[in-house]
Design a binder for this molecule. Structure first.
Ligand code: NAD
Length: 486
C-alpha cells in the first residue's frame, strides 16, 4: 500500500466545518490514503488583517503539499478584502478550472435529465487580469489579455482530460467573429492542438449560440473549453441546469498545486444546524483522489454516493417525492454513503475512473510547448489615445494634422472603435475618448524616437494623452486590428 499523501485542508466558514467533517469521515472510511494538514483561512483571517484571508503559514502548507481541499469561506462585507479564490488561483498558477455538471434525474429535478458535461475554463487570463483604468471623465477600460502559452495549456488540458476520462467530444467556445486577435488566438490554438487527438471529435461555437444551446440542449455537449469570462458564466448556467448547484464540485488545477472545492458558498443561513448537503465537497474530494492517483478509492466513494442519492437518502434542500424518511443531516448523510461503500448505483450510471496515474506532480504534457522562434517585429505606427471633451472629430483631426511630426502622419481617428475621421458620420455618438492612429509613410518602419517626438508635440499643444499602443507587424503580419468602418 502506498504512503499517505499529505493534503492541505481548510474547514472554512459557515457550513464549511460541517461539510468538511462529513467529507473527511467518508474519505477515511473508504480508505483514502491521505494525511490532512489543517490551515485556517477565511473570515477570521480577513478580520485579523490578512487582506486575502490567508496567513503566511497557510501558504507554506499549500506549497508543501500542493493539494488543497477547501471548504467555502465567507468574504466579509466592505472594501479592502481581496477574493481568496482569485488570490490562490493567480498566486499558485491554477490555470484550469474544471467543473463537471451532471444531472441526477429523477432524484434531482431538472429539465435536462441526460446532461453530463464538463466545463474546462481558463482561469488566469482574459478580462480577469484585473488591469483596469479610468481614462477620461466618461470612459473606463479593462484589458483583455490572452496569451499563446495560456491558450496552449488550457486547451491541451481539456483534450488530456477528455482522453483520460473517455470523453468523446471537445467543444471550444469563443467570440472570435468579433475579437479576432484575442479569441481568434484561442480558437486557432484549439484547432492546432486538436490535431494531436484524432480520436476526439471537435467543434467550435461562437459563445452566444453556444450558451443558448447549452441552456436548451446540454446533452449535446461533452467537454467544453473556453476563456475565463465565458467559462465563468457558462459554468454557473450549466451547474444550475442540472438542478443541483449544491451538488457540484470544482477543481482548480495548476502545474504545481491543485485546489478542490464545492461551487457553493458558506451558506450562513443554515450554518451550525447540521443540515447542509456535503455532496459538493465530497465530489470535489473525489476529483482530488483521482488527481493524487487514488482512482479506485474515488470510484468507490462516487458510486456509493450515487447509490445513496438513488436510494432516496437526501438532505433537506433535495427532499422530495423520491426521498425516504425525514431529511438527512450532514453527518447522517455521510454515514449513509459509508454504509453503501462497495455498492454501485442501479438506476444512475456508475462511474469508472480506471487506473489513472497520479497527477501530482502533474505529468508533463505530452508535447511540451516548443520554444517558438521570435518573430521579426517591426514598429510601423502608434495609436495615441486622447482625452478631449466637447470637440468634434474634424476639429481634433485639424489640430493633430497641423502638428506635422514626420515621418508620422495621422491616418484615422476612432471613437469607441468606430472610425469618425476621415469620413465619419454625424450620427455616430462620440465620447471624450479618441484613438488617433499615426503611421509612417506606406507602412514603412518608424522608431520609438519618432513616437516620443510625436508625444512631445502633442503635449506641447496641450493635448491630454491618456496612453499609447504601438502598432507592430510580426513576420510581416499585422499585429493590430483595423478600426471599424475601415
Ligand atoms: P451560498 O452558496 O452560500 O448560498 C446560496 C443558497 O444555497 C443559500 O440558501 C444556502 O443555504 C444554499 N446552500 C448552499 N450550499 C448548500 C449546501 N451545501 N447544502 C444546502 N444548501 C446550501 O451563496 P451566498 O449566500 O451568496 O454566499 C454566502 C457566502 O459564501 C458569502 O460570503 C460568499 O462570499 C461566500 N462564497 C464563497 C465561495 C467559496 O468559498 N468558494 C463561493 C461562493 C460564495
Amino acid at each position: 500500500m502506498s504512503e499517505l499523501v499529505p493534503i492541505t485542508v481548510a474547514r472554512g466558514d459557515g457550513i464549511g466545518p460541517e461539510i468538511m467533517d462529513a467529507t473527511l469521515r467518508v474519505l477515511q472510511a473508504a480508505g483514502a490514503r491521505i494525511a490532512p494538514e489543517f490551515i485556517e483561512i477565511g473570515e477570521q483571517q480577513y478580520l485579523a488583517g490578512h487582506s486575502s484571508g490567508i496567513t503566511p503559514e497557510a501558504w507554506d502548507s499549500l506549497r508543501r503539499t500542493r493539494v488543497f481541499l477547501k471548504s467555502p469561506i465567507t468574504t466579509p462585507q466592505g472594501g479592502g478584502f481581496k477574493s481568496l479564490n482569485v488570490t490562490i488561483r493567480k498566486t499558485l498558477g491554477l490555470y484550469a478550472n474544471v467543473r463537471p455538471c451532471v444531472s441526477y434525474a429523477p432524484f434531482v429535478r431538472t429539465l435536462h435529465p441526460k446532461m453530463n458535461l464538463v466545463i474546462v475554463r481558463e482561469n488566469e487570463e482574459d478580462l480577469y487580469a484585473g488591469i483596469e483604468h479610468r481614462q477620461t471623465d466618461e470612459v473606463f477600460q479593462c484589458l483583455k489579455l490572452i496569451t499563446r502559452p495560456g491558450c496552449e495549456k488550457i486547451v491541451r488540458y481539456a483534450f488530456e482530460y477528455a482522453r483520460r476520462h473517455g470523453r468523446r467530444k471537445v467543444t471550444c467556445m469563443t467570440k472570435d467573429n468579433i475579437m479576432k486577435m484575442t479569441d481568434g488566438l484561442f480558437h486557432r490554438v484549439f484547432d492546432e492542438i486538436a490535431s494531436d487527438y484524432p480520436e476526439i471529435e471537435t467543434e467550435h461555437l461562437i459563445i452566444d449560440i453556444g450558451a443558448a444551446r447549452l441552456a436548451t440542449r446540454p446533452e449535446r455537449f461533452d467537454v467544453i473549453v473556453t476563456p475565463n469570462l465565458y467559462g465563468d458564466i457558462l459554468s454557473d448556467i450549466a451547474a444550475e441546469l442540472t438542478g443541483s448547484v449544491g451538488l457540484a464540485p470544482s477543481a482548480n488545477i495548476g502545474d504545481h498545486v491543485a485546489m478542490f472545492e464545492a461551487i457553493h458558498g458558506s451558506a450562513p443561513d443554515i450554518a451550525g444546524k447540521g443540515i447542509a448537503n456535503p455532496s459538493g465537497l465530497l465530489l470535489a474530494a473525489v476529483l482530488m483522489l483521482v488527481h493524487i492517483g487514488q482512482p479506485a478509492v474515488a470510484e468507490t466513494i462516487h458510486n456509493a454516493w450515487l447509490r445513496t442519492i438513488e436510494d432516496g437518502v437526501h438532505t433537506a434542500e433535495l427532499h422530495g417525492t423520491l426521498s425516504i424518511g425525514r431529511p438527512f443531516g450532514s453527518m447522517d448523510f455521510a454515514d449513509a454513503v459509508i454504509e453503501r461503500l462497495g455498492q454501485r448505483p442501479e438506476k444512475l450510471t456508475p462511474v469508472q475512473y480506471g487506473d489513472a496515474p497520479a497527477a501530482v506532480p502533474r505529468a508533463p504534457l505530452p508535447r511540451a510547448p516548443q520554444a517558438r522562434p521570435r518573430a521579426a517585429k517591426a514598429l510601423v505606427g502608434v495609436d495615441v489615445f486622447v482625452h478631449a471633451a466637447g470637440v468634434s472629430a474634424d476639429f481634433l483631426a485639424g489640430q493633430l494634422v497641423a502638428l506635422a511630426v514626420p515621418p508620422l502622419a495621422l491616418q484615422m481617428i476612432t471613437n469607441r472603435g468606430v472610425k469618425v475621421w476621415p469620413g465619419g458620420f454625424p450620427e455616430t455618438f462620440c465620447t471624450d475618448h479618441w484613438r488617433c492612429r499615426f503611421v509612417g509613410p506606406d507602412g514603412s518602419p518608424i522608431t520609438h524616437a519618432d513616437i516620443l517626438a510625436l508625444l512631445q508635440a502633442l503635449v506641447a499643444r496641450g493635448i491630454d494623452v491618456i496612453k499609447t499602443e504601438n502598432l507592430c507587424t510580426f513576420d510581416g503580419e499585422r499585429g493590430y486590428a483595423l478600426g471599424q468602418g475601415q
